[in-house]
Design a binder for this molecule. Structure first.
Ligand code: PGA
Length: 252
């Protein structure tokens, strides 16, 4: 049985006082009852405080990105060791905004995925097609190549710490969601692709999250699909009530 995950990707939102306030509200509302894993991913500058505030709670903290080198002349970048030193051992990699606006390629993401594995960090790895890919009927092909290029050089044991997030780019921040059937169809395809490469057992144990305009009103239906193991939530994770409602929807 795969435990569901609800992860909040805060993107470039919330100053330190605002982040503290939101975490405070979450701590007073969220009760996972051990039925769902809850992560939040604030910006780098707010991570140490977020770790401090959520210690001894059910909310775990993730970063939104990291570099693939350990240290060196990479102005503006943050390494895995830096994250681990402040108690962060989870990271979102390959978000479509990183790919689109910051030119992250499959090649870079492969290095980041290997670094996350080497450093024993949970890798919440994002894949997803653009609108034109879907319109051209290439969505399966695109997602398959993103998986193959970045993840398929990893050994089986790496997948103990990998969560895949399927986020169709056309559904992110647009208010448009994939239908539950579209989500299920792609999640199943991702699981089959993993099964072909690594075997059924491994594929059945990897959690695959859906992301893209998940809201309290549509979460339950999306999460009830057999291959959807929770969600990566952007906009709706910035408000404690709506994020908590999505967490509630993920409890079986
Ligand atoms: P959204 O973002 O929920 O605001 O669509 C999801 C994401 O980008 O992770």
């Amino acid at each position: 049985m795969r435990k569901k995950i609800v992860a909040g990707n805060w993107k470039m939102n919330k100053t330190l006082p605002e982040a503290k306030q939101l975490i405070q509200e979450l701590l007073s509302k969220v009760n996972t009852e051990n039925k769902v894993e809850v992560y939040i991913a604030p910006s780098f500058v707010n991570l140490p405080e977020a770790v401090e505030q959520t210690k001894n709670s059910d909310i775990k903290v993730a970063a939104q990105n990291m570099h693939f080198e350990d240290s060196g002349a990479y102005t503006g970048e943050v390494s895995a060791d830096m994250l681990k030193a402040i108690g962060v051992d989870k990271v979102i990699l390959g978000h479509s905004e990183r790919r689109a606006y910051f030119n992250e390629t499959d090649e870079m993401l492969q290095k980041k995925a290997h670094k996350a594995y080497e450093k024993q960090m949970m890798n919440i790895f994002c894949v997803g097609e653009k609108l034109e890919d879907r319109q051209a009927g290439k969505h399966f092909e695109v997602v398959k190549s993103q998986l193959e290029n970045a993840l398929f050089s990893l050994p089986m044991q790496a997948y103990k710490n990998i969560v895949i997030a399927y986020e169709p780019v056309w559904a992110i921040g647009t208010g448009e969601t994939a239908s539950p059937e579209q989500a299920q169809e792609m999640h199943k395809f991702i699981r089959e692709t993993l099964a072909k490469k690594y075997g059924r057992d491994l594929a059945d144990n990897v959690r695959i999250l859906y992301g893209g305009s998940v809201k309290p009103g549509n979460a339950k239906e999306i999460f009830s699909q057999p291959d959807v193991d929770g969600g990566l939530i952007g906009g709706a994770s910035l408000d404690a009530d709506s994020f908590n409602a999505i967490i509630e929807a993920a409890k079986n």
